[in-house]
Every structure is written in C-alpha cells, then in structure tokens.
Ligand binder design. Structure first.
Ligand SMILES: NC(=O)c1ccc[n+]([C@@H]2O[C@H](COP(=O)([O-])OP(=O)(O)OC[C@H]3O[C@@H](n4cnc5c(N)ncnc54)[C@H](OP(=O)(O)O)[C@@H]3O)[C@@H](O)[C@H]2O)c1
Length: 318
C-alpha cells in the first residue's frame, strides 16, 4: 500500500510517499481502507519532533509511529479477533490519536474503540474533517464553557478547524461571536458568519474595552491576566491548545486571579453523536481546505504549520 512515511524527525520535505506492506489487524483492531484524512497540530509536531517535549509522546529519538495522521474516514475491510462493533463494509470515521496514528496511508489498522460508524448522509470528506476539531470545539464551548443562549463569545485562533466549527456551534445558541485570526482567513471568516473579526496582527483584543462571557482559545497566545481583563462578570476563559509554556502558566492562574480559567483535555470522539445531529440539521458544515492528494501530504502539513490554511486541511487517500 502507499503511505506517507516519517523515519526521522525533521522538515516536512523529508516525508516520503512509499510502498509498504499492508497491515494485518491484531486482536480488537479493524483494518480500514482510508478515504480521507485530515492534518492536525499533532502531525506538525510529530514530523518535526517539536516542541521537544512532544518526543516523550511520539518517540525520543525518532517517531515510534512512522506514518503520521490521526483523523480519518473510510471503510472497514477486515476485523481482528474480538472486534465486536464493526464488520466488513462498515463506513467509519474518527480521531484515532488515543490508539495510534497512521491515517496518511491507503490502509490503517486501529483499535475498534478509535472509530464510530459514519452516518450514510455525512460524506466521507466532511466526516474526516469533523471528529477532532468539532469535538474540541464542542467540549470547549458546551462541556467546559457552559455556553448559553445569547452569550457574547470570542474565539482566539478562529480561522482553523476549532474556530470555524466553534462559530457554527455557538450560532446554534444565538450567540454573538467575535473571531481573532489573520491573513486570508479573515475573508472566509466573514463569509462564515462571525459577527466581528479582529486581525491579531493589527489589534490586541485584550487591550480593548469589550468584554466577553466566554473566550474559547485555540492558541493561548497571551498571559492569563490579559484574558481575564476582557471577561465579563461571571465570564469564563477556556483553552483547547497553545504552547506548553502558556498552558503551564494557566494552571495556577485561575486560583491566583480568582477567575474561571480552564484547559480542555480532549475526550476523543465523545461528542460525535451531538455533532452528527447538528450536521444532519444543516447547522454545521466543516470548512474544508483541500482535499489534497496523498502525495501532497508533506506540503499540506507545511501549509497547516505555517497557518496558511482555513478550516480543516483534508487529504484524499483514494
Ligand atoms: N486540549 C486537547 O486535549 C488537545 C488535543 C489535541 C490538540 N489540541 C490543540 O487544539 C488546537 C486545535 O486548534 P485548530 O485545529 O483549530 O488549530 P489551527 O487550525 O492551527 O487554528 C489555529 C489558528 O490560530 C491562528 N493563530 C496563530 N497565532 C495566533 C495569534 N497570536 N492570535 C490569534 N490566532 C492565532 C492560526 O493562524 P496563523 O498561524 O496564520 O496565524 C490558525 O488559523 C491546537 O492548539 C492543538 O494543539 C488540544
């Protein structure tokens, strides 16, 4: 089978499209014929081995999973011993990162718990774009953020996967949503329906007088004190990601600043049922950058890492 292989940490240009052996499912694993995959922050970190702390997770000297990719849609081709929930021909999708990587390939073997059945009326391309970012956005806004009707919400890093779906989830609660990002993404963000857009290269939202009931952050680019200043009384700050240094600052900040500051620990695929329902009601639709063919994956990961993408970067495997 064809796969994008990463044999050592380094620039995306060292990734190679190789012909390798098709995997055989172990007990509790399913063999999936991948249709679409998506690029995520884990791929950008895993290929380069940066930040260095990531190597504790991905392998100290070289990636322990030689094929990157952690999100997919596809069709089950075979099942290992003990698989209970799937059989050959099932259409599936999911964020597989809790059980492994390897979705930038024609086939992947993964524990059945990493996948859910794909409803027939969600196309493969959209399904591959939904599992990771939409779950992060849902868990940030709904589970942790406690979103309520009519709230004033700000999403920082709003032009990526989490922000573009987060906006649509927030709109189902009739919230007023401000998006912060930069570059070409701002035009798409306007089309998608952000009520206000701030270019972070021109304006620092933490220095304005506007206050928000809920801030959802996909980047955590500022010190906690700055965010707290623009929270309304009773407002919450919720981050889903950022540099390790910034996230560590946040841990004691809530107590010191006496304000609700939360970091979302993703529970992969947990909320896909709610997300599917919104999709089927035509309330959300992932914003797709691509799809790009499998052989362009190194370029697609670089494109993502440089922040040149809007929404989800999708790779077509077939
Ligand atoms: N909590 C968890 O358990 C968990 C698990 C996995 C991943 N994550 C994290 O969750 C996040 C996923 O977000 P995503 O998929 O939406 O990422 P994304 O697609 O990369 O979007 C982030 C956006 O933020 C923008 N940005 C960069 N610097 C900024 C700044 N200073 N101010 C405002 N915006 C800025 C980027 O654009 P430019 O680069 O062009 O500026 C990009 O458009 C990542 O941080 C990831 O590491 C969390």
């Amino acid at each position: 089978m064809k796969a994008i292989v990463c044999r050592s940490y380094g620039p995306t240009s060292q990734l190679r499209l190789e012909d390798i052996e098709k995997p055989i499912p172990k007990p509790n694993e399913v063999l999936v014929k991948v249709r679409f995959s998506a690029v995520n922050d884990y791929d950008w970190g895993m290929v380069r081995g940066k930040p260095n702390l990531y190597r504790l997770l991905f392998g100290l000297l070289k990636p322990k999973h030689p094929i990157p990719g952690m999100e997919l849609s596809g069709v089950v081709e075979a099942c290992g011993v003990g698989v209970k929930n799937f059989s050959g021909g099932d259409e599936v999708y999911g964020d597989i990162s809790r059980y492994g990587f390897g979705s930038f390939a024609e086939y992947v073997c993964i524990n059945e718990k990493a996948l859910v059945k794909k409803p027939k009326n969600i196309p493969f391309e959209d399904a591959a774009a939904l599992s990771h970012a939409a779950n992060l956005a849902w868990q940030g806004l709904v589970d942790v953020g406690g979103i309520k009707k009519g709230m004033k919400i700000l999403i920082n890093g709003a032009g990526g996967g989490v922000g573009t779906i987060g906006l649509q989830i927030a709109k189902t609660y009739a919230c007023e949503v401000t998006g912060v990002d930069t570059g070409e993404k701002l035009a798409t963000m306007k089309t998608l329906g952000f009520d206000h857009i701030i270019d972070y290269k021109k304006e620092d939202f933490t220095k304005s007088d506007t206050q928000y009931d809920l801030i959802l952050d996909a980047k955590t680019t500022r010190a906690p004190r700055a965010y707290v200043k623009v929270l309304s009384k009773g407002g919450k700050y919720v981050t889903v990601g950022g540099t390790i240094g910034r996230l560590l600052q946040l841990l004691p900040a809530g107590k010191l600043l006496k304000r609700p500051v939360y970091i979302v620990a993703l529970d992969a695929n947990k909320d896909l049922f709610a997300i599917e329902k919104l999709y089927m009601e035509e309330k959300i639709k992932p914003e797709i950058d691509g799809p790009y063919p499998l052989e362009k994956t190194p370029w697609a990961i670089q494109h993502f890492g440089e922040g040149k993408h809007t929404g989800k970067v999708i790779v077509s495997v077939q």
